[in-house]
Design a protein around this ligand. Structure first.
Ligand code: CP
Ligand code: NVA
Length: 302
């Protein structure tokens, strides 16, 4: 019997020490790029995208190239997956030919089922309930700008979505306090909140949630697949914009993050996202470094 592969489907697939190790390794890889270091020479990453992507696709593809490997972009429209080939069969076939598989899917269960039948590591590149790769980059960005996030206060403003769920996991692993301000009906899944215990607190008021915070984070009001709810969500979220009023009540050294793409004038005002406290472009660039650390961890260290 061969040893089952190590997957990265949720942040909770990592221990706290492993998460911290990946952050430090990502910073190291960013600061010292060695073109001769090619630990993934000859290795292939398959990337299955059911939804659009700029950052995730480019960072994984560039990361594999930097490490001497290559990446395949697979859209379900162009593969037999889109014509109903069973997931189990696809997982067995694809994993017999490549060294790692990244999936961005609608349903989270699609990634978990795929992983059960894959003989190589599976990475979650975003599902309807989680976006763990983005948290590797966000936490790297916080550590680079402000040092350890342990015992700091982070405030999530807006939708209790996939990003919010992964922030809850990050709070559990890195031991920070998380305030979540969402309108009624858009709160995170209670199972995530309960699992995190007293580290996570829900608020109705964005301003109250942001008081004294070290990091303010938001995301789009309508995620991919929710485009038809845009109008209804604009009404529900109108009091949940991150603007100067919110940043004013946060700690004076607070950072602002957004996983992007963003809608200026909706979830965040232009002066905040383009202002001095915003680190959105470091956050985006760090997808590359953090995922290189992840690929190395899954394919070389495990
Ligand atoms: N933040 C993020 O995952 O961006 P993409 O949708 O462009 O990959
Ligand atoms: N919550 C957003 C994140 C995009 C990176 C979405 O799922 O569309």
């Amino acid at each position: 019997m061969s040893i089952p592969p190590r997957h990265f489907i949720s942040l909770l697939d990592l221990t706290s020490d492993e998460f911290r190790f990946l952050i430090q390794r990502a910073i190291e890889l960013k600061n010292k790029r060695d073109p001769d270091y090619q630990p993934l020479k000859g290795k292939v990453l398959a990337m299955i995208f059911e939804k659009s992507s700029t950052r995730t696709r480019i960072s994984f593809e560039a990361g594999m190239a930097h490490f001497g490997g290559s990446a395949l972009f697979l859209s379900p429209r162009d593969t037999q997956l889109g014509r109903g080939e069973p997931l189990q069969d696809s997982a067995k076939v694809i994993s017999s030919m490549v060294d790692c598989i990244m999936l961005r899917t609608n349903k989270h269960e699609m990634v978990t089922t795929f992983a059960q039948h894959s003989r190589v590591p599976v990475i979650n590149g975003l599902t309807d309930t989680q976006h763990p790769c983005q948290l590797l980059a966000d936490m790297q960005t916080y550590f680079e700008h402000r040092g350890d996030i342990k015992n700091k206060l982070v405030t999530w403003v807006g939708d209790g979505n996939n990003m919010c769920h992964s922030y809850i996991h990050a709070a559990m692993l890195l031991d920070f306090q998380l305030h979540i301000a969402c309108p009624v009906g858009y709160q995170p899944d209670p199972a995530f909140v309960t699992a995190a215990g007293s580290r996570v607190k829900l608020f109705n008021s964005a301003k109250e949630a942001a008081m004294g915070s070290d990091l303010i984070v938001t995301d789009v009001w309508a995620s991919m697949g929710q485009e038809e709810e845009q109008r209804q969500r604009e009404l529900a979220f109108k009091d949940y914009q991150v603007n100067t009023e919110i940043m004013r009540v946060a700690h004076k050294n607070a950072l602002f993050m957004h996983c992007l793409p963003a809608h200026r004038g909706e979830e965040v005002s232009a002066d905040v996202i383009d202002g001095a406290q915003s680190v959105i472009f470091d956050e985006a660039e760090n997808r590359l470094h953090a995922q290189k650390a992840l690929l190395e961890f899954l394919l070389c260290i495990q």
